[in-house]
Design a protein around this ligand. Structure first.
Ligand SMILES: [Zn+2]
Ligand SMILES: [Zn+2]
Length: 270
């Protein structure tokens, strides 16, 4: 199997079940088909373990609907496009065991691990952006990347989502922080998990992909597997900017994209 570089995969697609995305699931699939993708994956927000958050993640009841609809669309479109059943899980260190138990009950093709919270602060939420004005930015970056390192090492996840989403609103520590990135890639490499090139940062105040190209280049150099995700929360966002960056990464030496089935990773030439 070979995916032309102009159409690798889009593994990061949300649905309105999470409470902050729009459109029907089939509309996301149609968009992917129209844009020429041969494989995509849904990866909506897994229910929170300790709280109910209707605007942030699915409820457990909705998770059953989600799974049923992904399965239905997978069969319906089987001759046209491969659809994978993924999920995006919020990582919080004290919940590792509960997450592990909860994930065992489902047959996902892949699981994204995400860090969206540092303690009680959802640092990437526009509603909580004001806290950036009063925090120590370098310390926040350190805390964020340490959580990502723990997420990688937890063994819970196949892919680390939007690796440097901490930059979303454009707040950066003064001076370089590549040592923190390197330390994080050490943990990712050691754990054997993949990363994604997530194009949604281009649509956010920071205006660049997650992670930045320097980090991706380092992943390519180290042989850390890379997949692609748009983080679509609207059907028209499916696949956005992926073709452009897939070409670019090919130019930087990426030869394969990581794909998943039943939580087994394979690499497909691009
Ligand atoms: Zn979301
Ligand atoms: Zn996310």
């Amino acid at each position: 199997m070979l995916y032309p570089p102009e159409m690798p995969v889009d593994y990061h697609i949300h649905t309105r079940l999470c409470g902050h995305a729009t459109g029907e699931m089939w509309e996301y699939v149609e968009e992917a088909v129209q844009k020429g993708f041969r494989e995509v994956g849904f990866s909506d927000h897994f229910p929170f373990i300790e709280r109910v958050a209707p605007r942030l993640a699915m409820s457990w009841e909705q998770l059953s609907l989600y799974i049923a609809e992904v399965d239905r669309l997978t069969s319906k479109y089987s001759k046209i496009i491969t659809i994978r059943k993924g999920i995006e899980v919020d990582y919080e260190p004290h919940l590792e065991e509960q997450i592990r138990e909860a994930l065992q009950r489902y047959d996902f093709d892949y699981v994204y691990g995400s860090v969206h919270n540092i303690g009680d602060w959802q640092f990437d939420s526009p509603r909580e952006q004001h806290r950036w004005e009063h925090c120590d930015v370098r310390k926040t970056y350190e805390e964020y990347f340490h959580l990502v390192q723990q997420a990688a090492a937890s063994g819970l996840f196949d892919i680390i989502a939007h690796l440097d989403v901490v930059k979303k609103f454009g707040y950066r520590p003064s001076g370089d922080y590549f040592a923190l990135i390197q330390e994080t890639l050490d943990a990712i490499e050691e754990a054997g998990v993949a990363i994604e090139l997530n194009t949604s940062g281009l649509r956010k105040p920071v205006g660049e992909i997650y992670p930045d190209l320097r980090t991706i280049e380092e992943c390519i150099r180290r042989g850390i597997p890379v997949t692609f995700g748009s983080d679509a929360h609207r059907p028209q966002e499916v696949g956005q900017d992926i073709a452009h960056y897939a070409q670019k990464l090919k130019g930087l030496g990426l030869t394969e994209v990581a794909v998943f089935a039943n939580r087994k990773r394979t690499l497909v030439e691009i």
